[in-house]
Design a protein around this ligand. Structure first.
Ligand SMILES: [Zn+2]
Length: 538
């Protein structure tokens, strides 16, 4: 029997229990990290702590189905370029930062907006005007694109490259010289590989900072969707006490090394398992099938409008991708495939289908992340193959990234096919939500508002962008809570509110059933509980 003096009750709440079930004026009681009861107010229970919700909503704490916490944290430590609204502002911020940091041999900045220069083409010479003596490396918010100055191009040997790499694009001026914008690994690696890597101390600081942000947003479970050796080391350093949220690691498969990685990743997973940290798992392999539509690097079935010879880049051949999925699957890894263009999504579905036919049956839960442009003939295949569709709902709005870059590249017809969330739900597909933070804001309440309305914060367009793809409040919460819990193999103890489940809970400042959809984005998380412990209070 639990000692009730250790119990907490959140009373007078509007509680979402899971799959469409709500209770009003209800209580949830938890003790020793586990939910004990949900339902009528526990008036006669002598609980140690009682919190009055005043009618506000209690949800399971959110899951984050796809994010890059260390990228987000490191971005804070570099030159501030992410908030700049123009090239001029980026350059001003760079100049100020460089003057403040004469000791840094490289100036880095992460997360600049690729929509602030025409066609996403950024010139090295613009940076040279403010910093020419030291190499400058800027990463776009999509993390698939780099903008650097002439010094960095020289040090990276980009000027000596003839033509184009097979798996990347060196954007060139009319005279053929590299302009300063590099797209995808094949091109960005020239500079990324020579820039000084972040230290372990910088990384653990970044991870700790990012975790605190998640907790403030009500998130306690995170899929890290891009883990290399350096990211892995930071998790290991913080394990068993230093991790303040639950993480599952997505180890990134490399098309040039995946045969060796099958064994390496098994070792890394065994290392994590042997730690016995209940907050850390490494059961997933991340695969980038393609790039992004706004840069013209997503793999599409029909050519881009602005570049009639290009169907984008796929990082793997179909045969290679199938082989990799098969091999990782055969040793019990879940695959988490970044696939944005309709050709990449079809390749991913094909690889999963062939794998499920040839490998022994198991509860594999393959996930396709972003699922941005799906050919209509492929919609049924998600459910048929048991594929989880991960979306970043904040992207499903008509913002400048869409109107300035993406839709001009793919045209109106394909443009209007993006993010078919409701179409997949109608087909019984499991949907999970995430943010791809720091690519975009991670706050689930903002994502829920967009998923319901398909409008931006100003309520535009009035009918919603592709209104038939809007989903209900309940479906949106399900995607963030139960959907991500299922993706992470954690639904046994998280993702809904019921006796016996972990007390991973979030208390809001509003009753979600009583407010307009756009107001949801302005609602606040008041408290976040992780296994019963209050890890955030506003
Ligand atoms: Zn990502």
């Amino acid at each position: 029997m639990n000692d009730l003096s250790r119990a907490t009750e959140i009373a007078n709440a509007t509680i979402w229990l899971g799959s469409g079930r709500w209770m009003r004026g209800a209580s949830v009681v938890f003790v020793d990290g586990v939910i004990m009861s949900v339902g009528a107010p526990a008036r006669d229970l002598a609980v140690g702590r009682r919190i009055d919700a005043h009618g506000a909503t209690v949800l399971p704490s959110f899951g984050e189905g796809h994010a890059h916490p260390q990228h987000a944290g490191l971005r804070e430590q570099f030159a501030p370029v992410a908030t700049a609204k123009s090239v001029r502002e980026v350059l001003t911020n760079l100049g100020t930062y460089a003057a403040l940091h004469p000791e840094q041999q490289w100036i880095q900045g992460w997360g600049y907006d690729p929509a602030i220069a025409p066609g996403g083409r950024f010139d090295a010479r613009w940076i040279d005007e403010v910093i020419a003596d030291r190499p400058v490396l800027l990463r776009a918010a999509d993390y698939h694109t780099v903008w650097c100055n002439t010094r960095a191009l020289e040090l990276g040997g980009v000027n000596d490259v003839d033509g184009q790499p097979s798996d990347g694009e060196i954007v060139r001026r009319d005279d053929g010289t590299p302009m300063g914008t590099l797209r995808e690994w094949g091109a960005t690696r020239y500079v990324l590989d020579i820039a000084p890597p972040a230290t372990l101390a910088q990384r653990t600081q970044a991870l700790t900072w990012a975790t605190q942000q998640f907790l403030e947003g009500g998130i306690t479970w995170i899929q890290d969707a891009w883990v290399e050796q350096d990211e892995f080391a930071a998790y290991l350093a913080l394990a068993n006490g230093g991790l303040k949220a639950r993480f599952n690691l997505g180890l990134r498969a490399d098309p040039n090394q995946y045969l060796d990685q099958v064994h390496q990743f098994r070792d890394l997973r065994a290392q994590v398992d042997s730690l016995g940290d209940p907050f850390l798992t490494a059961r997933t392999v991340k695969i980038f099938a393609d790039g992004v539509l706004e840069a013209g690097t997503a793999a599409v079935l029909e050519p881009y409008h602005d570049c009639p010879h290009s169907c984008g880049l796929s990082n793997w051949t179909p045969g290679q991708l199938t082989d990799a999925v098969r091999r990782f699957d055969s040793v019990g890894f879940q695959v988490h495939i970044h696939a944005i263009g309709d050709r990449a999504i079809r390749m991913a579905l094909d690889a999963i289908e062939l794998t499920s036919r040839s490998n022994p049956a198991w509860d594999r839960r393959p996930t396709i992340a972003h699922s941005q442009l799906i050919d209509p003939t492929d919609l049924d295949r998600f459910y048929q193959l048991g594929v989880i569709a991960n979306f970043e709902p904040l992207w499903a709005q008509l913002d400048p990234l869409q109107t300035e870059l993406t839709i001009p590249r793919i045209g109106q017809v394909r443009g209007n096919r993006q993010y078919p969330i409701a179409s997949l739900l109608e087909r019984n597909t499991t949907i999970s939500f995430g943010s791809d933070w720091p690519v975009s804001d991670f706050h689930p309440l903002a994502g829920i508002a967009v998923a319901i309305t398909r409008q931006n914060v100003d309520g535009e367009p009035q009918a919603g962008w592709q209104p038939h793809e809007r989903i209900t409040l309940d479906q949106a919460i399900t995607a963030y809570c139960s959907g991500v819990a299922f993706q992470g193999f954690t639904e046994r103890y998280r993702g809904s509110i019921a006796p016996g489940k972990a007390a991973d809970l979030v208390l809001l400042d509003t009753d979600l059933l009583a407010i307009e959809p756009l107001e949801i984005a302005r609602s606040k998380v008041m408290k976040t509980f992780l296994a019963g412990e209050e890890v955030y209070a506003r």
